[in-house]
Write a protein that binds this ligand. Structure first.
Ligand code: KG4
Ligand code: ZN
Length: 359
């Protein structure tokens, strides 16, 4: 089956063509094309994604990328079996642009001869572990599999008993882990998105230099919390006189320029504190379910330290992380999630005629 997918839930406009074949009851995924127009540079000066700017940019990029996709013979000749589009969760004005565009090409280009399915963005990150450079995955020993979705909007721990039987076990109660990287980056005078820069600086910093809390690490549930960790970094910077006491994120009132060494040490200390509860809870859930593997998806999965820490803690349990391009938002993962929903015959996510999402 060949799937054409569109993703516009946040600040990446993306199209993909993915073909999927079943081998011994397991889907083997081949990405034929995955193109992404990133808006990072546009949003960076604002320290985060501005929804209406994202919408404007998606509207500009969608026809340009679609033109590019039509150069692919299989698209041009309409050898596509399924059209998939992200319907949420995400920024509503941004989602809306992709949904409307999908509806338009479904009607005008494909003449409604193929199915159009709505896809949950988080199921995209969940199934992104199947995007493994076209190698046939070893299926027998994978399940039960623990799934970690760690992105800018979500931090979710769940279990896959089979490819289509998923149960959510816990999630963040406030900020997502990626969001905390972005917020701490702002405190450290680093541009958006914070994750990649903090990872780089952490390599040269001392993770023991600053004692930070490990939120909810000892609680027996599988939930997370990141708002307090960010606040602890803020209080530390105030105590060092880097940030004035009446600082508010809106009215930036820095007292002194943060030193490079402090940026590095805080990056290392924060990164360790942010990953500690994820590693501890993943290890506990692996034992509880007798899991044979762990898959990680979402933007934070691009951080090399996380799988390193997981592998160190989990020993023989394999840790599967998609290639870098499929950790970030992309349409290839939306194609895979659309396929999974289609073949599992679960009720599709509704796409309303007015383009609004409802999941
Ligand atoms: O999955 P994603 O592209 O978008 C959402 O669905 O949210 O994730 C973006 C998030 C941002 O918060 C970004 O700072 C974080 O992923 N991120 C990282 C790294 N690269 C991206 N966080 C930690 N380390 C990284 N190397
Ligand atoms: Zn995402």
């Amino acid at each position: 089956m060949r799937i054409l997918a569109i993703e516009t839930s946040c600040d990446e406009t993306s199209f993909a063509v993915v073909s999927i074949e079943e081998h011994a009851g397991f889907p083997v995924v081949m990405v034929e094309k995955n193109i992404v127009a990133s808006q990072i540079a546009l949003h960076a000066p604002f320290g985060g994604v501005v929804p209406m700017l994202a919408k404007r940019e998606h509207i500009k990029n969608l026809p340009i990328l679609w033109k590019e996709m039509q150069k692919i013979p299989e698209v041009r000749d309409k050898k596509i079996d399924l059209l998939a589009v992200t319907v949420g969760p995400g920024l509503e004005p941004a989602l809306w642009t992709g949904i409307q565009f999908a509806q338009e090409i479904h009607k005008d280009f494909f003449e409604e001869k193929i199915h159009l399915v709505g896809v949950n963005h988080l199921e995209g990150h969940l199934y992104s572990f199947l995007l493994t450079e076209n190698k046939k995955p070893k299926t027998e020993n994978m399940f039960p599999m623990i799934s970690l979705v760690v992105s800018g909007g979500h931090t979710i721990l769940g279990v896959l008993e089979s490819l289509t039987k998923y149960t959510k076990l816990g999630e963040t109660l406030d900020d997502a882990v990626g969001e905390s990287f972005d917020k701490v980056a702002r405190l450290l005078d680093l541009p958006y998105p914070g994750g990649p820069l903090i990872e780089q600086l952490a390599k040269e910093g001392n993770a023991q230099a600053i004692a930070l809390p490990h939120p909810m690490i000892h609680q027996k549930n599988y939930n997370f919390s990141y708002a307090g960790l960010k606040t602890a970094v803020l209080y530390y910077l105030k105590s060092q006189g880097v940030i004035s006491q009446n600082f508010s994120p809106r009215a930036v009132a820095k007292k002194a320029k943060i030193s490079e060494q402090l940026q590095k040490d805080l990056s290392a200390s924060f990164q360790d504190a942010a990953f500690a509860p994820i590693v501890a809870k993943t290890s506990r859930v692996v034992q509880e379910y007798g899991a044979r593997s762990v898959c990680v998806g979402g933007g934070v999965a691009a951080n090399k330290k996380l799988p390193e820490l997981l592998k160190e803690k989990l020993g023989d349990v394999s840790v599967v992380v998609p290639p870098f391009a499929y950790c970030q938002d992309n349409a290839a993962m939306i194609a895979v999630a659309g396929y999974m929903r289609y073949i599992s015959k679960k009720k599709p996510y509704p796409i309303k005629a007015d383009g609004t999402m409802s999941i």
